[in-house]
Design a protein around this ligand. Structure first.
Ligand code: WQD
Length: 338
């Protein structure tokens, strides 16, 4: 079966392509390489022995998207990762984010709604919950006003898919709300490649570990948590990739009970920033240079997932511990800096 993975050269996309190929799917990647390199194809090939089809297309160019679907008439499912994802940049350039993340989603859904039956997996985020009132966070927790245009594109994206599914019975979609993805493939052939100074905690830690950054700033230790630092649910990227395959298989087999479904993807366990640093120190055997600084505006205190729905309905559960995920991130960082 042929599966289109948009943004398939990116961090989560590339790991998902590997898991799809392992399950025997034939993968076609669309990526505009704006935030990823064609070299990732080599990494995927090294792991699986198979080079996926690759089309360098910017999804904003609608004619190219139309021609793509004319060329590949037999796409059985689409996993849609392609999107801009820098929270800070989205505040500076909101229209870029709305055009990149919303315009392209609309084009894809238009193409899919012409098909007899289509399956669509959407890359969403736990940011839709904002600071949830109860922990762990279930899928029924209210969606809170977005903190950034980026977060808003995920909320609006979900709404667009939901509204389209309501009037398009042949379209079957699942939105996957990720908590905090981290780590790299155990082979170290693919991993996260942040451009410039990393905004996310784990790549900042590993870059500090190899000496690329002098010091990690821990944003606040006066939060109402046990050690005063914020709590997140760090989920290993390979676990996340496997969940995409399970969600896709659910749709392909017609096992979905609604043509639009939503699942949280996390471990169910919250870790504080200091616990993540301790994990790094354990797996690397070295101390991390960090200092406590002021809170970062917009940060929420805690977010960790209730994963019951994904466990029971998708038959998926995260397998890797924080230390295992951290070890893979550390191995990857050292490999790419050598
Ligand atoms: C994690 C924790 C920081 C950097 C991100 C995305 C969001 C969503 C989920 C995709 C926080 C602290 C960080 C640093 C630090 N993903 N931190 N020093 O904020 O949970 O959200 O993942 O949609 O959109 O932005 O992740 O990795 O930035 O921060 O102390 O240099 O680490 O304050 O508590 P976050 P993060």
């Amino acid at each position: 079966m042929k599966i289109l993975v948009t943004g398939g050269l990116g961090f989560i996309g590339s790991h998902t392509v590997v898991e799809l190929q392992k399950k025997g799917f034939e993968v076609v990647i669309i990526d505009d390489c704006s935030n990823a390199s064609e070299n990732v194809l080599k990494g995927i090939t090294a792991i699986t022995g198979i080079t996926p089809h690759f089309e360098k297309i910017d999804l904003k160019e609608r004619e190219k998207v139309q021609s793509f679907f004319k060329k590949y008439k037999d796409i059985a499912g689409v996993i849609h990762f392609a999107a801009s994802k820098a929270v800070g940049e989205s505040v500076e350039k909101p229209l870029l984010y709305y055009e990149n993340n919303i315009g392209t989603l609309v084009y894809l859904l238009k193409e899919l709604s012409h098909q007899q039956r289509s399956c669509f997996i959407f890359s969403s985020s736990c940011t839709v919950y904002g600071q949830a009132d109860n922990m762990p966070i279930t899928e029924d927790a209210p969606v809170k006003p977005a903190e950034s245009p980026y977060g808003n594109t995920k909320q609006i994206g979900e709404e667009i898919i939901r509204d389209t599914c309501r009037v398009t019975p042949n379209l079957n979609a699942i939105a996957l709300r990720y908590f905090n993805p981290m780590g790299a493939h155990p082979s170290t052939e693919i991993g996260e490649l942040p451009i410039g100074v990393p905004q996310n905690l784990v790549p900042f830690i590993t870059q500090t570990g190899v000496g690329l950054r002098e010091q990690l700033s821990v944003f606040g230790d006066d939060y109402p948590t046990e050690d005063g630092t914020c709590i997140r649910d760090y989920i290993y990227v390979v676990d996340l990739a496997i969940a995409h395959v399970k969600a896709l298989q659910r749709l392909l087999k017609g096992e979905n009970t609604d043509n639009y479904e939503v699942f949280n993807l996390g471990t169910g366990k919250g870790s504080s920033v200091l616990e993540v640093i301790e994990s790094f120190e354990r797996v690397s055997g070295q101390k991390l240079n960090y200092k406590i600084v002021d809170r970062r505006p917009g940060d929420i205190v805690k977010a960790y997932a209730d994963t019951t729905r994904a466990n029971e309905v998708l038959g998926w559960k995260s397998q890797y511990t924080l230390d295992q995920a951290m070890k893979s991130a550390w191995d990857w960082e050292r490999k790419i800096r050598n």
